[in-house]
Design a binder for this molecule. Structure first.
Ligand code: 5GP
Length: 143
């Protein structure tokens, strides 16, 4: 356990409660996936379990198992949607490791040969672009 209590005032808890909007790409009983508002590359999305946990250190292994299966499903969809050469998957635990939002989440970032990643938590993307990119990924789900 991380030893630090979950705080339900975090931004992803607010997204789960519907208090702030997101560009949703996938949802099931246990999981939600949506576009990162400060993408490090086009198609950068986040997958989160609905069950509260601060990060991987305090997560229920059964929840993790369900979440990672959705990460795989969406990584495949993002690869097809963006014709990616590779897919970067990242997950940070605690500020020292780069975590800034304290609800467990996995980053999925399409990568192309020779194209550098933009900075982590860098620039806010236009809503229209996020919406278009979400639709591209949604279009590949189920294919
Ligand atoms: P981490 O906690 O792994 O460092 O990163 C949190 C991620 O959440 C960052 O990539 C950041 O761009 C993203 N993010 C921060 N606030 C919001 C928000 O309000 N909506 C969405 N969709 N993403 C966010």
């Amino acid at each position: 356990m991380s030893g630090i209590a979950y705080d339900d005032g975090n931004i992803f808890a607010k997204i789960l409660r519907g208090e702030i909007p997101c560009h949703r790409v996938y949802e099931d009983a246990d999981t939600l996936a949506f576009m990162d508002v400060m993408p490090q590359a086009p198609g950068h999305l986040l997958v989160i379990p609905k069950q509260p946990s601060r990060n991987m250190l305090d997560a229920d292994p059964a929840v993790l198992a369900k979440t990672i299966a959705v990460v795989q499903k969406l990584a495949r969809a993002a690869q097809d949607a963006f014709d990616a050469d590779g897919i970067y998957i990242a997950q940070f635990n605690e500020p020292a490791a780069g975590q800034t939002v304290f609800h467990l989440h996995f980053h999925i970032v399409p990568r192309h040969e020779g194209e550098a990643l933009k900075p982590h938590s860098g620039k806010m993307e236009d809503n229209e672009i996020l919406a278009t990119n979400a639709e591209k990924i949604i279009g590949e789900l189920g294919n």
